[in-house]
Structure formats: structure tokens, C-alpha cells
Design a protein around this ligand. Structure first.
Ligand code: C2E
Ligand code: MG
Ligand code: MG
Length: 438
């Protein structure tokens, strides 16, 4: 086993005798200085919190003497991967921090990847060979931020990396600030929350609709309602505002709003003699709510629509949530006559279990299996298997995110019968959709 550089072992007035690194206290003091110096620098300081995965197992299996040797070796690896201006400190048994005086997000993430890969090289202990791994949490300093808060953010990001299975890095959100209801949100999330409140109060929300067509005759069988938010002439994508709405609980208002708005559209289409299905996305908070069934019945009572025309799109991870409340809501929706579609199919852990247990009428094959066509024939294989499965179960199948004619033809060859995507039409406003249908 290689031994860590001598300077590591000899250094260490204010530090740690095994590794010779800075200790906790000195690390905090240095970080405070780095943050104070930030105004004169082009780029902020960054903290990388490194935790060796399953280190306790190494200690338990080989004893502490070997554990110490492994640690010294891993510290040597971190030190060799360390940029010249960075400092390494030891925070706990198998936890380290690297401080970078000046780094953009990209630099810090690049270093995070480098550290993860350095730790992951094979290591021999006697006759045993192991591949250690590390989880790295990265936080970028905000001007004036307290050093301990910054360290804590990096530590939380490390826990996040571990939760995803370890052997990876995770970048922390911006510093959090107190928001409503005792919640903490990142600066950007706070701004989005503000915009959502204004949109709900002053009418900045609307739905766009994207056609879902049958391949054989090009007929539009349904449209998916997609929420949009525009405030002060600025448009925000659902990928940005839905997660914030979910965090703050605003999603239940947004969800009710989109259910009712989509149902009103069903009723206007019906008045034009168009019995087109409108699909609406249902969020986790809605499906876990005790009021969901009431909202659904309210929608039918208020608009008088045939619930068979309002399809509820639910992601598989949500459907497999397992809680009694979710199951009750799903049963209530089906009993009331709303068709269920399984959204983003294939991206969760439980795709097939979902199909066995839940009364879904439609599968939406996720864009992930479409976007690499025609190059990736494995995607083609998945599409074909899913089409066969849907066929055997007697339910319909839609491929999402179809952007080219070539993809369409391959999907058709795979047995997919309906598609949605920019190749057919982008999401559009109600008036444009009516023109488009004509
Ligand atoms: P989703 O339900 O999977 O919706 C499909 C997304 O794919 C939409 O993004 C759509 O614009 C996009 N898309 C469609 N065709 C293509 C294509 O050919 N290429 C590419 N690159 N993208 C395509 P959008 O509108 O940004 O919505 C993103 C997600 O936000 C939706 O994913 C859905 O999960 C969520 N969402 C949208 N509206 C609502 C809503 O009213 N309530 C809830 N809870 N979630 C919503
Ligand atoms: Mg959807
Ligand atoms: Mg989808």
C-alpha cells in the first residue's frame, strides 16, 4: 500500500496527528477568512465535503490498524488531486473538507468528480483488493455567509450524494432563507414562490395544450394540458416552478386550478362537437391529499363534463407511493370515471409492479427512450417491449418527445400506436389548438 506524502504526516500544529491535516477549528477559521476576502475576488470560495462510503465496514472487517492505513492512503489520494491553492482538512473519522479560495460552480464540480474518481481507484490490503468510494457535497459561498452555515450546506449536500447511492458528488442549492410557514428556501426558490403567489392572485397562470395523435391516420385522440406561468411579461417553465410549488404547498392550489381549467376546456371542446380527451398532470401533493376525491367530484359538478374525457396523468413513483391515502384517491378517481395514464413510464423503479396493481388505461413511454433513436437500438428494444406489454394488457401506449420523422417510423415499427412531441406539434394556446385541429 502506498503511504501518504511525508509532509502530510509531519505537518500538524493545529491539526490531526494521523493525517497531519488541518482540524475542524482551523478549517472554520480559514473559511471565515476566505469568505471575508471574497469581495475583492472574481469568484467565490467553495467547500467540498468528502465522506468515505462504508468506512466503518473497513474498520470492522480489518481492524483499526488497517483502517488507519487505508485512511492515510486515501488522504494521499485527495492530496494529489488537490489543486495547489486548495486546503484539505479533517472533520471527523472519515470525513474531510477541501476549501477552494476561488471557484465557479463548474470548477468545483469538476474537482468533485476528480476526487470521487481518485478515491475509487483499487486499493490492496494484503491479499484483498477493494474499491473504496466517497460521497462529495459541494457548496459555493454566498457573500457574507457564515462559515459554519456554509460547511453545513456542504455536509447536507454530501448526505444527498450518499442517499443517491454514494460514489458521486452533489451540488448544494444556494443558501436558504426563511420563507413562509417556518420553511427555508434557496434565494431563487423564494423569488419563484413570490412570482407564483402573484400569478395565482393576478392571473398569470394558463394552460397550453399539446396534441397526442394516432400514428396510422394522424387523428388527434387527446391533448395534454401543460401549465404555464407568465408574470410581468416573463415566462417561467414548469420544470422551474412546479418543484417550488411542491415544496411550499402552493401546488395544491395550482393543481386544483389546472384540474378545473382543463375541465372547462373539455366542456368548451364538447360544445364545439369535439369529444377530445384532455390529460392533466397530477402532483404528489394532490394525490396524497384527503381532499382529492372531493376536488374531482367538484370538477364534475361544476363543469358537467363526462369524466371519461379528463385523463389524469400520474407518474409511476407517485402511484407506487404505497400510502393508503394514495390508493384510496386512485380508487376514487377510477370509480368516478376518470381514466388514468402512467406518465414518464420507465424512469421509476417500479414500472412493472405499477401495471400489475393499478388500473391504468394508458402508458406514456418517457422521452428518455425516444431521444436517442435511431442511434440507440436498446431504446428501440425497450419501446418494442413496452408496446407489446401494453398490447397484452389491453391498454394504450403513447411515446413522448417524438422530434423527428425517423423516430416516428421506428416507434411505429416497435408497435407504438400514439405519439406526442415537437414533430407533431408543440404545446400551444387554446385558440391555436382549435385552428390546428381544424
Ligand atoms: P410531462 O407531463 O412529461 O410533459 C411533457 C413535457 O415534455 C412538457 O414539458 C412538453 O412541453 C415536453 N415535450 C413535449 N414534446 C417534446 C419534444 O418533442 N421534445 C422535448 N424536448 N420536449 C417535449 P413542460 O411543459 O416543460 O412540462 C414539464 C413537466 O412539468 C411535465 O412533464 C409535468 O411533469 C410537469 N407539469 C406541467 N404542467 C403541470 C401541471 O399542470 N401540474 C403538474 N403537477 N405538473 C405539471
Ligand atoms: Mg404529463
Ligand atoms: Mg411525461
Amino acid at each position: 500500500m502506498a503511504v501518504a506524502p511525508r509532509k502530510q504526516l509531519e505537518a500538524g500544529t493545529n491539526g490531526d496527528c494521523l493525517t497531519g491535516l488541518l482540524g475542524r477549528g482551523a478549517c472554520g477559521a480559514l473559511l471565515t477568512r476566505l469568505i471575508a476576502d471574497m469581495p475583492g475576488r472574481a469568484r467565490p470560495a467553495a467547500v467540498l465535503w468528502i465522506d468515505i462510503d462504508r468506512f466503518r465496514q473497513i474498520n470492522n472487517s480489518f481492524g483499526y490498524a488497517v483502517g488507519d492505513k487505508v485512511l492515510v492512503e486515501l488522504v494521499g489520494r485527495l492530496d494529489r488531486a488537490r489543486p495547489a491553492q486548495a486546503t484539505l482538512a479533517r472533520m471527523g473519522a472519515d470525513e474531510f473538507v477541501m476549501l477552494l479560495p476561488q471557484a465557479g460552480r463548474d470548477d468545483a464540480e469538476q474537482l468533485g468528480r476528480k476526487l470521487v474518481s481518485a478515491i475509487h481507484q483499487p486499493l490492496g490490503i494484503g491479499v484483498t483488493r477493494m474499491r473504496p468510494s466517497a460521497s462529495v457535497g459541494i457548496a459555493i459561498a454566498q457573500p457574507g455567509e457564515d462559515a459554519h452555515e456554509l460547511l453545513e450546506r456542504a455536509n447536507h449536500a454530501m448526505v444527498e450524494a450518499k442517499r443517491e447511492g454514494g460514489g458521486r458528488h452533489f451540488l448544494a442549492l444556494d443558501a436558504t432563507l426563511p420563507a413562509r410557514d417556518g420553511k427555508y428556501l434557496a434565494r431563487e426558490e423564494l423569488a419563484i414562490e413570490e412570482i407564483l403567489h402573484r400569478a395565482l392572485e393576478m392571473g398569470g397562470l394558463y394552460l397550453d395544450y399539446q396534441p397526442i395523435v394516432r400514428i396510422t391516420d394522424g387523428r388527434t385522440l387527446a391533448v395534454e394540458a401543460l401549465m404555464r406561468c407568465r408574470v410581468d411579461g416573463r415566462q417561467m417553465a414548469p420544470g422551474r416552478f412546479i418543484p417550488v410549488a411542491e415544496k411550499t404547498g402552493l401546488i395544491s392550489h395550482l393543481g386544483d386550478w389546472s384540474l378545473v381549467t382543463a375541465a372547462e376546456f373539455v366542456s368548451r371542446l364538447h360544445a364545439r362537437g369535439l369529444d377530445l380527451k384532455v390529460a392533466v398532470n397530477v402532483s404528489r401533493v394532490q394525490l396524497q391529499s384527503q381532499n382529492f376525491a372531493k376536488s374531482l367530484h367538484g370538477v364534475i359538478a361544476y363543469t358537467g363534463i363526462d369524466p371519461g374525457l379528463l385523463e389524469l396523468e400520474i407518474t409511476e413513483s407517485l402511484l407506487m407511493d404505497g400510502s393508503e391515502q394514495v390508493r384510496r384517491n386512485v380508487r376514487a378517481a377510477v370509480a368516478a370515471g376518470f381514466p388514468l395514464a402512467l406518465d414518464d413510464f420507465g424512469t421509476g423503479y417500479s414500472s412493472l409492479a405499477c401495471l400489475k396493481d393499478m388500473p391504468v388505461a394508458k402508458i406514456k413511454l418517457d422521452r428518455a427512450f425516444v431521444m436517442d433513436l435511431p442511434q440507440d437500438m436498446r431504446s428501440f428494444g425497450v419501446a418494442r417491449a413496452v408496446a407489446q406489454l401494453a398490447h397484452d394488457l389491453g391498454i394504450s401506449v403513447v411515446a413522448e418527445g417524438v422530434e423527428t420523422e425517423q423516430q416516428l417510423l421506428l416507434l411505429q415499427e416497435a408497435g407504438i400506436t400514439q405519439i406526442q412531441g415537437f414533430h407533431i406539434a408543440r404545446p400551444m394556446g387554446e385558440a391555436d389548438l382549435i385552428d390546428w385541429l381544424a
